[in-house]
Design a protein around this ligand. Structure first.
Ligand SMILES: Nc1ncnc2c1ncn2[C@@H]1O[C@H](COP(=O)(O)OP(=O)(O)OP(=O)(O)O)[C@@H](O)[C@H]1O
Ligand SMILES: [Mg+2]
Length: 256
């Protein structure tokens, strides 16, 4: 693992231009995620969270500023399997079974999925989909598809893990279970994680740093450090200091 920040975005500007209209999605966006840290990115709809993530993945160009992923150019990091990603809309291939969707990043990297049967089975169990290995995405619920997407993002043991609202379709109970699981997986892998979420609870439960963005133009307004020791358990959700911190973040988020 390199000593460079897992994720570095420096003074990123991004304007979307289409016939006659311009949207300034990001203006001087800054984000530094130390190696092995967990960062949650939170902000109102349209503030540029997904844009920032796509730029960090090399899926979108930016107008100015610097991007490094584990010290490398984003496209290089993505192409070499340093990055793993789980998107908002699970984005599974409908004609592939659960197991073969999870194996996809291996094939993209030119690895033989047959050698990863054990890892695939372990991840399927981890996300609670044992028995569904041979199911097609169309036979699953939205929440189940999201869990496949999370398993897929982890199959290459990525050094940097990007997650864009991966738990959006889950009910609160399953979501909290997944948060505990995700924390455990992240601690085991030692990866640098960036999670986009609308849930302040989820952000505080999981993250070392909660980064709050505002819109128009999209930018970071505050970085809040989360001091709670790990591993964090479900009990944390009912602790007074947990609520004090989520209240503080809600104020920053809503600009009070
Ligand atoms: N491909 C695009 N073309 C034009 N404008 C875009 C494009 N993608 C995003 N935008 C605009 O850029 C801004 C930021 O969008 P983005 O998707 O990054 O927001 P977000 O913070 O992820 O929102 P949400 O929480 O709803 O997912 C929005 O105003 C959006 O309309
Ligand atoms: Mg988004």
């Amino acid at each position: 693992m390199s000593a460079a920040p897992g994720i570095l975005l420096r003074d990123i500007c991004k304007t979307y231009r289409s016939r006659g209209s311009e949207v300034v999605a990001l203006k001087d966006m800054n984000l530094v995620c130390p190696p092995g840290s967990f960062t949650a990115l939170i902000g109102p709809s349209g503030c540029g969270k997904s844009t920032a993530m796509r730029i960090a993945l090399g899926l979108e160009d930016h107008d100015s500023g610097e991007v490094r992923i584990a010290g490398q150019a984003p496209a290089t990091a993505t192409a070499s399997g340093i990055t793993g990603v789980a998107f908002q809309d699970a984005a599974l291939l409908p004609w592939r079974t659960v197991a073969r969707n999870i194996a996809l990043p291996l094939e993209v990297l030119g690895r033989d999925p047959g050698r990863y049967a054990h890892e695939i089975a372990k991840l399927i169990e981890l996300v609670g989909l044992k028995g569904y290995e041979q199911s097609l995405p169309g036979q699953l619920s939205g929440g189940m598809r999201q869990r496949v997407s999370i398993a897929r993002s982890l199959i290459t043991s990525p050094e940097v893990l990007f997650m864009d609202e991966p738990f959006g379709a889950l009910d609160q109970i399953r979501r909290r279970q997944m948060n505990v699981e995700l924390q455990r997986i992240w601690q085991e892998t030692g990866s640098t994680a960036l999670l986009v979420t609308h849930g302040i609870d989820e952000a505080v439960f999981l993250a070392d740093y909660v980064v709050v963005m505002h819109a128009n133009p999209g930018r970071v307004v505050e970085v809040i450090e989360v001091p709670f020791p790990r591993p964090r358990s479900d009990d944390l959700y009912s602790a007074p200091e947990f609520h004090a911190l989520t209240d503080r973040i809600a104020k920053v988020l809503h600009g009070h």
